[in-house]
Design a binder for this molecule. Structure first.
Ligand SMILES: [Zn+2]
Length: 464
């Protein structure tokens, strides 16, 4: 394979990435709006993601519901008084609030629907928005969390919830595989006075600037919320029992992180599996040569038969370089330029957006080459995501080292006990950043704090 004469720099700041999302036509940012304005190219990717979710989640026997955005204020008051103060940034009137999170709109309905054990399990999800005032406007946090996906399940026993949490984990993993996005999966320390769950699992991605961002959560709530909202049922012993519950959630963040991880100074680089347009065909035909037009028709037909989305650009008023850089900016995985040269040589050049390598193909072999290239681009980009992820993590046995690792914009990884004194102790000694949580390992190590043997690994990062 040969390569176009182009340098690739992947050192893109958050601001540059935001500008790229705008210039490539995914989104519009308008100061008068408190959230992101999605444009057709960006929505094409988001809608595809939504379709994927609407197919995936019901496979786990979790069904889609729609709950209203406006909620009776007394449910927020209940939450504030009995679990945790969720009041900050909530939009409210005298008797109504704009939903800050799903619990207050969903659990009162659970109470209404669930009467006896035969109504269980109840497993619902919804794709909707939540609202909190006071977040800085930005691509990862806005006042309105668009496209938030949340699942809530109610069961008759603790054991069922434990199984469900494993199922939720499988579901979240499939979402992350869809994006090819590797994450640090940890159990969160929950040592506040009134925890929102018995166990909580976080899925954090590492951003190109070394910060981490939560992309999904999975909660083994058990009866924490069902006791507050009086969700319960008459069990087989004719006793009233509160339901045992789980919940999970994720948003559009995985897509944003993926796009930032993959972009370079020329623009986006899209996974073919997510790209709304997989191939751009640029027609170079100032003399309206009928042979060029018929070769293009032939290729379009082949792409149609292969079910590969393409765009045909015959706007010869613009220079070739302007036209090709537009598709580079948009991250279209393959570009084909067709003009008189291709008629004369009998070969078609297929250019890869991800690494600017190109391959020449005869018309007969076109189907094989285009399929092979799309597969290779997909595999190479996914592998690069894994490599970036591993490169960011630095293992250390010394807490002093953690500060240096964080200052180098990396994430520290270490052995630690899953207990309050070691985790809080480490956090106090490091000062900046945060312990994400821990994960169980096969091999024992020595705790970075107390030096005792432990089977847990912890991660320390600067969080967005
Ligand atoms: Zn320890």
């Amino acid at each position: 394979m040969k390569k176009e004469n182009k340098q690739i720099s992947k050192n893109i700041s958050k601001k540059e990435f935001e500008n790229l999302l705008v210039s490539s036509g995914l989104i519009h940012i308008f100061k008068g709006a408190k959230g992101i304005i999605w444009k057709p190219y960006g929505l094409a990717m988001m809608n595809r993601y939504m379709c994927f979710l609407r197919k995936l989640i019901p496979k786990f026997s979790i069904e889609e519901y729609f709950f209203p955005l406006l909620v009776d204020k007394r449910y927020l008051d209940k939450l504030n008084n009995e679990i945790y103060n969720f009041d900050k940034g909530v939009y409210k009137t005298v008797d109504t609030v704009l939903r800050p999170s799903g619990e207050i709109s969903i659990y009162p309905v659970f109470k209404d629907i669930i009467k006896s054990v035969s109504d269980l399990p109840l497993k619902v999800f919804q794709i909707s928005s939540s609202f909190r005032y006071g977040y800085k406007a930005g691509i990862f946090r806005t006042n309105e969390v668009d496209f938030f996906v949340e699942g809530h399940t109610a069961h008759a026993s603790r054991e069922e919830v434990e199984m469900q949490v494993k199922d939720n984990d499988l579901l979240i993993n499939q979402v992350l595989v869809y994006f090819g996005l590797p994450v640090i999966k940890t159990e969160r320390p929950l040592w506040t006075n009134k925890p929102v769950a018995e166990k909580s699992y976080g899925y954090d991605a590492i951003l190109p600037n070394g910060e981490t961002l939560l992309v999904a959560s999975n909660y083994e709530q058990m009866q924490v919320f069902s006791k507050v909202f009086n969700v319960g049922f008459i069990d087989k012993y004719k006793q009233y029992t509160n339901t045992f519950q789980s919940s999970f959630g994720f948003s559009f963040r995985p897509l944003m992180i993926l796009l930032w991880q993959l972009c370079d100074q020329h623009g986006l680089r899209l996974l073919p599996s997510l790209a709304p347009i997989k191939v751009s065909i640029i027609e170079i035909n100032p003399d309206n040569d009928i042979n060029v037009a018929s070769l293009i028709d032939n290729i379009k037909q082949k792409l149609q038969n292969l079910n590969i989305n393409f765009i045909h650009d015959n706007n010869s008023k613009l220079s070739l370089s302007k036209r090709s850089s537009k598709y580079e900016l948009q991250g279209v995985p393959i570009r084909i330029e067709i003009g008189k040269k291709e008629i004369d040589s009998g070969f078609i050049k297929l250019m890869r957006r991800d690494n600017f390598l190109f391959e020449e193909s005869s018309l007969d072999n076109f189907n094989n080459v285009v399929n092979k290239l799309l597969n290779n681009i997909e595999a190479d980009l996914r592998a690069s995501l894994q490599n970036i992820f591993l490169d960011f993590q630095v293992y250390t046995g010394s807490s002093l080292d953690i500060i240096n690792i964080l200052k180098k914009n990396k994430v520290a990884k270490f052995s630690i006990c899953f207990n309050r004194s070691c985790i809080d102790g480490l956090q106090a000694s490091v000062g900046l950043g945060e312990v994400l949580g821990t994960s169980e390992q096969v091999n024992n190590g020595k705790c970075i704090v107390c030096k005792k043997n432990t089977k847990y690994i912890g991660w320390y990062s600067r969080r967005v």
